[in-house]
Ligand binder design. Structure first.
Ligand SMILES: Nc1ncnc2c1ncn2[C@@H]1O[C@H](COP(=O)(O)OP(=O)(O)OP(=O)(O)O)[C@@H](O)[C@H]1O
Length: 297
């Protein structure tokens, strides 16, 4: 089911965010649908991260907002903090750029997953543990049962990001906000993480917002693409349309800045795009991230 007719699970409607005199978002519209990856691209400072945080109801202190962020018919911007805390982590989860900062160094991996399930879902110890091991398997951590007893520093950067994804999925969210999830990783592991996100989106029917400054990353996994600049969405549409026939000169300029490969080509069976494997490997993480072999394979 990859059509625009699939109803949105989360819609951002005319979202504005200001801090002091600074208008950070100036009327953003984005619809996230189950089983689809919506890529949010744009240069640094365009408001991508702020849009993702607003979708989670996480805004800087003193931020003034307008518009709506609607999840299952409820406007999150109007919810009291207590209700928002319930939504966050349970219905909407987030994965950040650097797993080193999002994981607790002193808690075992299994404990970090089960804490969420016990807190939000009220699961007992044994059931939470079984589900944690199952989740570690889903994100392709080798030997998930033993891995649950280890600590974050015992894993590579790519594996740590997989663990952060498992934690985000702990309570079966409908929406996953992934903010530059591969930017801090070595290029050789980026493609594996993107492929994992794509697979989880398809298998679990997750609605994914993939925030990235990188159109190469976008081309590997997104179904739809929005391009932001200066707090506004300049252009939005199907990946092939936006990346192949951009309507806006700004999108064209971003595309022209990419090393040469076909940004609109769908991922092949191994997740590669139209570029021959390895061609862009040394150009930039973004351009090459979609054509590299999968981590651990
Ligand atoms: N806590 C904050 N207080 C005030 N202004 C902020 C805050 N966080 C972000 N901004 C401003 O909001 C604007 C948008 O920032 P945002 O982080 O959303 O951009 P971005 O597109 O994600 O950029 P990057 O790719 O560099 O992360 C920037 O001008 C930034 O300086």
């Amino acid at each position: 089911m990859r059509g625009e007719h699939v109803p949105a699970v989360l819609s951002v409607e005319g979202l504005t965010v200001s801090i002091g005199e600074h208008e950070i978002l100036r009327g953003v519209d984005i619809a996230l649908r189950p089983g689809r990856v919506h890529g949010l691209a744009g240069e640094s400072g365009s408001g991508k991260t702020m849009t993702g945080l607003a979708a989670l109801g996480l805004l800087p202190h003193g931020a003034r907002t307008g518009g709506r962020v609607v999840l299952d018919g409820r406007d999150l911007l109007g919810l009291p903090q207590r209700d928002l805390n319930k939504v966050r982590g349970r219905d909407i989860a987030m994965v950040f750029q650097d797993p080193a900062t999002s994981l607790h160094p002193m808690l075992s991996v299994g404990r970090q997953i089960t804490e969420h399930m016990r807190h939000h879902l009220g699961l007992g110890k044994a059931e939470a543990r079984a589900r944690a091991v199952d989740l570690l398997g889903k994100v392709r951590i080798p030997g998930p049962s033993a891995a649950a007893d280890r600590y974050p520093h015992q894993f590579s950067g790519g594996m740590r990001q997989r663990i952060a994804i498992a934690i985000a999925l702990a309570c079966g969210p409908k929406v996953l906000i992934a903010d530059e999830p591969t930017t801090a990783l070595d290029v050789t592991v980026q493609a594996g993480i993107l492929r994992l996100l794509r697979g989880l989106c398809d298998d679990l029917g997750l609605a994914v917002l993939l925030v990235t400054h990188d159109l190469g990353v976008m081309s590997a996994v997104a179904d739809e693409v929005s391009v932001m600049r200066d707090g506004l969405v300049m252009e939005t549409g199907a990946r092939s349309q936006v990346l192949r026939e951009p309507a806006h000169p700004y999108t064209r300029a971003l595309l022209d800045a990419l090393p040469r490969h076909d940004p609109a080509a769908p991922p092949g069976p191994d997740g590669s795009t139209g570029a021959p494997p390895g061609t862009d490997r040394d150009a930039s993480p973004g351009a090459g991230g979609d054509v590299l072999p999968m981590e651990g394979q």
